[in-house]
Design a protein around this ligand. Sequence first.
Ligand SMILES: [Fe+2]
Ligand SMILES: [Fe+2]
Length: 174
Amino acid sequence: MVQVFRCKICGEAFVANHESTHCPFCGAPVKFLINAKEYKEPEVPELSEVSKKNLEFTYDLEINASKIYHCMRKKTKDEFLRGFMKAISKVELEHAEVVGKLINKDPSCEIPFDESLCTDDKLESLKKTEELETGAIEHYKKFLEQAVEPRVKEIFEALIAVEQDHLDLSKENL
Ligand SMILES: [Fe+2]
Ligand SMILES: [Fe+2]
């Protein structure tokens, strides 16, 4: 039976059945999905200087990744890669939005197409994806350790899981 869910990470709502395993917007795993009737908007915490710096870094990293994946999506002639890049480009933009809420930044909904950011080569694109996701995971593991705010910890915990999924997918398809 379908019901309305909310994601505790990005706050988006969606209709799905019980077998839903990931948030369709930010990719957060099932443990972060709850019945919409139980959802409460998380409060924006007071941030430590370190978390503030780490979240600013994360925001830029997510926007950058989103732009590169968007470029790959536009340039590739491979239909699978087009779909994969379309999906993760949107997810990374959603991540920027999640993080932006804590540091008063809001990414534009339109991702500009900058064709200098990527090639149309499938193998190169997947290798670049692997590199970006590996870098993100390394940073976020460090940021998770440095975070003292429960909300910031929760966000980095979710982002690590999502980027790990992206990394696995890029490796599997190399
Ligand atoms: Fe991300
Ligand atoms: Fe990712």
